[in-house]
Write a protein that binds this ligand. Structure first.
Ligand code: C2E
Ligand code: MG
Ligand code: MG
Length: 621
């Protein structure tokens, strides 16, 4: 508010200065004209010259920006000078009288209240005095005294009108101030709206729509030496866990700090914007070659890697960055944003805490993925998934003890698709929940059919994705499947990966414990490929370790792998866990595995995963 008035007063000062100068030179001009016109009157000439001289310091004061003082000095000098003319001339009938209201009006226009009233009193007193002096004969003004009284009255009326004009002017000035204030207020509101439209509320960074404008400006700055601008799409890795663990207010604080770090980690003329959530976009301009982009990305990765302290808590995070640049990937903002987003996903899926340039191959892949995903939606509704069963053998007797259910997608055009090609996509898109539910019911139904055929000693193992553990009420779902299919709980085995157990949260622990109470068994799939921390083996109700086929396939040729397999089996025996060796393809492998103490095996040596019909044949054989 105060700034608004200041601005008004500042602009008034400039106007005053200008008007004052004009008034000064106009007065000088009139006085010189008076000297020329009344050249026979020496007294008037001397007086005029004297007034001109007296007024000159006004110019100096204006130059020194003492406008207020200059106005007071100028108008007082002129007013007093004119009074001299009036006293010595024709009294209130003197032509100079006409100039007095002008001086007052000018004081009013300059908004000099004190000066206005001082001059008004001075002039009125002088007029009355002149009238009185004429009456008592102290001075005799020309024309005769008889008309003097009415002239005094006329003069006072003129001053009255001047006062009214001053009041009017005063009102106008106030109205002008008010209008100006309102205009400034409107300007402020406009700025606020612009801020809301263009900036992110949390971090204060430009938002997506402003990023677009900055990018378009950057495009215009491209030169032969610096021919490209670029977009870096920055996505924080595992930010959700910070929100989940510490709450949203810490999450917000965290994002603000990340915003500040990103700004520090980029060059002054690169623009960091918030795209939304934990995604940021950096518009990079005036780039010579893609190598400089890599350098910027590395810098951002490094800066973000140092711990961020919030409420005394030290939190660490990393990010994945995708880069697309105008020289190669196009010059349209939306297009580049999409491409940098895709590149970011590529960086993320290849291990996070990394950057990746957009690559057309990734684009094609992602088109294929999108198509596959939409096909998968249809497949769930139709009858396009099938379960294959791979028998599991007891090594000492060669007996089939159960089977692992492995999903296949019977694609109408592409034929049978292996799970490695669509399970990751299903996990990413969330479709895994529906697929997993189908697998669970289908596998339980199959195993129950075998039970009814007299093989109640068999068990069925299903693979459950970590996503299912996190998202679904898995214990409830399993209970429902067992009740519906009437399969006994101890015939069901759930294969989990080490990664699932590493998530280490209470929900998981509760789910596993509920399922264990039901009688369901657990095995660790692909054991040895995951984490080295084995604490979870005692923490959770695990019964079986499935030794990963990568160790098994090399067991006859690689001593290290052989040692690892033997050590795992020994550890399992000590922990009273069963072991299953996956991927046994040769008799030699089977022999070595068995001699190391492993109880069960699974692999192409006996059978590939087969349809239920073929599995029943294997049982009969
Ligand atoms: P996995 O659970 O480790 O399954 C074992 C994989 O090894 C199977 O591949 C199987 O066909 C293959 N295999 C078995 N014996 C041999 C052998 O002697 N030599 C070789 N080279 N390979 C052998 P598959 O069926 O392609 O499954 C791959 C992975 O897909 C599975 O690994 C599992 O992680 C996942 N998967 C399969 N079905 C499902 C499912 O229903 N749900 C979930 N979430 N994942 C599944
Ligand atoms: Mg498995
Ligand atoms: Mg496995």
């Amino acid at each position: 508010m105060s700034k608004a008035i200041n601005t008004f007063e500042e602009s008034m000062e400039v106007v005053k200065e200008k008007r004052l100068k004009q008034a000064l030179w106009a007065s000088v001009f009139v006085l010189i004209a008076a000297i020329i016109v009344f050249d026979e009157n020496l007294k008037s000439t001397i007086l005029s010259l004297l007034i001109i001289l007296m007024m000159m310091p006004t110019h100096l004061l204006i130059k020194r920006e003492k406008v207020h003082l200059a106005a007071s000095y100028f108008l007082s000098t002129l007013g007093i000078g004119l009074l001299f003319f009036i006293w010595n001339g024709n009294g209130v009938r003197d032509e100079s009288m006409l100039a007095l209201p002008g001086i007052l009006l000018f004081a009013a226009i300059l908004d000099e209240k004190k000066l206005f009233f001082s001059l008004l009193i001075l002039f009125v007193l002088n007029i009355i005095l002149i009238g009185y002096a004429n009456k008592i004969g102290w001075i005799v003004s020309n024309p005769a005294y008889s008309t003097m009284s009415s002239s005094v009255i006329s003069a006072l009326i003129i001053f009255g009108v001047t006062l009214a004009v001053w009041l009017l002017e005063n009102d106008l000035t106030k109205a002008a101030k008010r209008l100006l204030n309102e205009a400034q207020q409107a300007e402020k509101s406009k700025e606020e709206i612009e801020r809301l439209v263009n900036f992110d509320q949390l971090t204060g960074l430009p938002n997506r729509s402003l990023a677009k404008k900055y990018f378009e400006q950057a495009e215009l700055k491209r030169t032969k030496e610096k021919p490209c601008s670029a977009i870096l799409f920055v996505d924080l890795d595992n930010f959700k866990s910070i929100n989940d663990t510490y709450g949203h207010s810490v999450g917000d604080e965290f994002l603000k700090k990340v915003a500040a770090i990103l700004k520090k980690g980029t060059r002054a003329y690169d623009i960091v914007c918030r795209q939304g959530g934990d995604e940021f976009v950096i518009v990079v301009q005036e780039i010579e070659d893609p190598d400089s982009l890599a350098a910027i990305a590395i810098n951002v990765l490094e800066k973000l890697n140092s711990p961020i302290v919030i409420n005394g808590e030290s939190l660490t995070i990393s990010c994945s960055i995708g880069i697309a640049y105008s020289l190669i990937d196009g010059d349209d903002f939306e297009q580049l944003l999409k491409k940098s987003d895709m590149a970011m996903y590529h960086a993320k899926s290849s291990g996070k805490n990394a950057f990746s340039f957009y690559d057309e191959k990734v684009n094609i892949q992602s088109h294929e993925s999108a198509k596959l995903l939409s096909d998968m939606h249809t497949a769930i509704k139709g009858d396009n998934f099938v379960l294959y069963y791979q028998p599991k053998y007891e090594l000492s007797t060669g007996k089939i003890v159960g089977a692992e259910a492995l999903i296949r997608w019977n694609h109408p055009i592409k034929g049978i698709i292996a799970p490695n090609l669509f399970i990751p996509l299903a996990e990413k898109s969330g479709l895994i929940s529906e697929i997993g539910r189908w697998v669970l019911f289908e596998a339980c139904r199959a195993c129950q059919r075998w039970t009814l055929l007299g093989r109640d000693d068999l068990h069925i193992a299903i693979n459950v994705s970590p996503i299912q553990f996190r998202r679904d009420d898995l214990d409830m779902l399993v209970r429902e499947a067992l009740t519906t299919t009437k399969l006994s709980a101890n015939q069901l085995e759930i294969e989990i990966t080490e990664g699932t157990l590493m998530d280490n949260d209470e929900v998981l622990e509760q789910t596993l414990s509920n399922l264990n109470e039901l009688g369901v068994r657990f095995s660790i799939d692909d054991f040895g490929t995951g984490y080295s921390n084995l604490g979870y083996l005692k923490q959770y109700p695990i019964e079986t370790l499935k030794i990963d086929q990568s160790f098994v396939s090399n067991i006859t040729t690689n001593n290290n792998d052989r040692t690892i397999v033997e050590a795992v089996i020994q550890m399992a025996i000590k922990l009273e866990l069963d072991t299953v060796a996956e991927g046994i393809e040769t008799k030699e492998q089977a022999r070595l595995i068995e001699s190391a103490g492993c109880k069960y095996g699974q692999g192409y040596l006996w059978s590939r995963p087969v349809t239920e019909q073929d599995f029943l044949k294997l049982l009969d054989a």
